[in-house]
Design a protein around this ligand. Structure first.
Ligand code: SF4
Ligand code: SF4
Length: 97
């Protein structure tokens, strides 16, 4: 189940072209002024951790500081449901990777 979830999330985030269209609507990026706390940064964190393993304390902090507001998901030209991927990734982390 955990491996299935990993593949499911990775399949979706791998569509990201890092265009950045999702960033301008992200409220936490505006407050923190650090891309790790923005939508694109979170997708990047998910991709790195799922592909390469390892743990980034700041990256994980970025994941859990997301408000799950969904503003980013409406902006993505690749159709990535960023909010849902972040929510799933939290669940994946809490299962112990
Ligand atoms: S809008 Fe979509 S494709 Fe562009 S950086 Fe954000 S998640 Fe990636
Ligand atoms: S769901 Fe998270 S990443 Fe997306 S805009 Fe809201 S706070 Fe930012």
């Amino acid at each position: 189940m955990t491996e299935e979830l990993r593949k499911e999330i990775l399949r979706d985030v791998s569509k990201c072209s890092f265009c950045g269209f999702c960033e301008w609507v992200c409220p936490t990026l505006k407050v923190m002024n650090d891309r790790v706390y923005g939508a694109r940064g979170r997708i990047n964190t998910i991709m790195i951790l799922l592909r390469d393993g390892g743990r980034s304390r700041k990256g994980i902090d970025g994941i859990f500081s997301c408000l799950l507001c969904g503003a980013c998901s409406t902006q993505c030209p690749a159709g990535i449901d960023i909010r849902e991927d972040i929510r799933k990734f939290r669940s994946y982390i809490l299962r112990g990777f």
